[in-house]
Design a protein around this ligand. Structure first.
Ligand SMILES: *Cc1c(COP(=O)(O)O)cnc(C)c1O
Length: 470
């Protein structure tokens, strides 16, 4: 055997074990110059958000005490399809954008599927998730109007980490209310935020009225996103020169995330394909909207008929089993009333490891699109999500975030369906983040300690019964 033979042998051996996936890269000049606002293209516009005190449609001024003025304007912008990305924001995006689009040949081979699978890799951001796409513009708009302090909440810690870094970039002081169970179970995300200089408080806390009330009534309560939002909002509106920032659910957050899909559109073109199916995991809807809306605009204009699938956890099934109604975005009822598919703002989801997907409602745009049959949703049980995650890690080398694993599981379902039907659809999913700080969750999966959680019908009925009255 010559050296050359050995080399060929090694290469063949390699291809037999793990396929090399193909990457499609853009250059900095391809970072979008404007975000895509889907609302003007929607056949049925979302119903207006309501001021909870007056029950009148929310005005931009109603939002000013909460958010920066520009974020408030973007939130209620029903007319401009394209909103310019400020130069300073685009420059900071260059730290990690454009992100790669990858043809997942390893996964295709592992599944022996006839489908083509692509994923957009948002895990390459410095904080490991897509959240920085919105954290940077939100911090920028605060800084621009002279705000000095920002508050927010975080569940699993990804949004908190992203806003901590974005606040650092613009010299803002940040206080993060972190859901108590995550604060204790995910110490590394807490230290990431503290490393960037943020103050992190376990929620519920004694520092707010909303927190004190819950602690008094339920001393052992381990917290929820809804409660943490109440605390962060309360602190923001009662502190001078302080604004609140939210990492999901709202229109302006989905807007900022459209850089994902706009880049992916160019990269799919480079690959010579167009997706038949676009998939994103679903917490409040920001990464799903980010990958989906730019492609969805071609469905709405009649040029394409792509299928869109939001993958939510079976333990928090707002899209597939929620009620379409006005509801609060938080537990205490401080936020505007949002028209949403909701499990009720008092819904307490099981403690699954995909903490970022444990939210009771879906944003108003996604809720309306789902209601009008323009997008679909599937529920993924926890064990299936981790099986998909490990399959992906073994075939593509990336350990996905437990949240992103829901999108992978949905993509695998579609790839298996294609194999059975003998079709070859082009599947694109968003890898919203990596799971390198979530290894305790993987440990528990590998040890066989994880379970599935089904939500009984009566729990949903009980939690949504009073929504009509809001
Ligand atoms: C926060 C988060 C999610 C869920 O939030 P969306 O707003 O629905 O995108 C999903 N994946 C990762 C990695 C996250 O950090």
């Amino acid at each position: 055997m010559t050296l050359c033979h050995i080399f060929v042998y090694i290469c063949e051996f390699k291809t037999k074990t793990m396929e090399q996936s193909k990457k499609y890269l853009l250059s900095e000049k391809d970072i979008p110059t404007a975000w895509f606002n889907i609302i003007p293209s929607m056949p049925v516009k979302p119903r207006p958000m309501l001021n909870p005190a007056t029950h009148k449609p929310l005005t931009v001024e109603d939002l000013y005490p909460l958010f920066s003025e520009e974020a408030s304007r973007q939130e209620l912008n029903f007319t401009d399809s394209w909103i310019e990305i400020p130069e300073q924001v685009r420059d900071l995006y260059k730290i990690w954008r454009p992100t790669p689009l990858v043809r997942a040949r390893g996964l295709e081979k592992m599944l022996d599927t006839t489908a083509k699978i692509y994923f957009k890799n948002e895990s390459v951001s410095p904080v490991g998730s897509h959240k920085l796409n919105s954290a940077i513009p939100q911090a920028y708009y605060c800084k621009k109007q002279g705000v000095t302090n920002v508050t927010t909440e975080t569940g699993a810690g990804q949004w908190g980490a992203a806003l901590s870094l974005a606040s650092r970039m613009f010299g803002l002081e940040l206080a993060v209310y972190m859901v108590k169970i995550s604060y204790n179970q995910k110490p590394y995300r807490r230290s990431i935020m503290q490393t960037y200089g943020a103050e992190v408080i376990a929620s519920p806390s004694m520092s707010t009225k909303a927190g004190r009330k819950i602690i008094t009534e339920h001393p052992n309560y381990q917290g929820s996103l809804g409660t943490a939002i109440s605390e962060a909002v309360e602190l923001a509106v009662s502190t001078p020169n302080c604004k609140y920032a939210l990492g999901s659910v709202l229109n302006h957050v989905a807007l900022h995330q459209t850089v994902i899909g706009l880049e992916a559109e160019k990269q799919m073109e480079m690959a010579g394909d167009y997706p038949d199916i676009v998939i994103g995991c679903f917490g409040g809807g920001s990464n799903f909207s980010g990958i989906a809306f730019p492609f969805l605009r071609h469905n709405l204009s009649g040029e394409r008929s792509t299928e869109f699938i939001a993958a939510e956890p079976a333990s928090c099934p707002k899209l597939t089993r929620g009620v379409f109604s006005y509801d609060f975005g938080d537990e205490a009822g401080y936020t505007p009333l949002i028209p949403m598919l909701s499990l009720g703002h008092n819904f307490s989801p099981a403690n699954i490891h995909a903490g970022g997907l444990r939210y009771h409602g879906a944003g108003s745009v996604v809720s309306q699109l789902k209601n009008d049959g323009l997008i679909d949703a599937v529920d993924i049980p926890q064990l299936e999500s981790f099986e998909a995650a490990t399959l992906f890690a073994k075939s593509e080398g990336i350990i996905p975030a437990p949240e992103s694993a829901h999108a992978i599981a949905a993509a695998i379902r579609e790839a298996r369906k294609a194999k059975e039907a003998g079709t070859s659809p082009v599947i694109l999913f968003n890898l919203s983040g990596h799971g390198l700080i979530d290894m305790t969750a993987y440990d528990r999966f590998l040890a066989g300690d994880l379970a599935n959680y089904e939500v009984p019908d009566n729990e949903i009925t009980d939690n949504t019964r009073d929504l009509e009255k809001l």
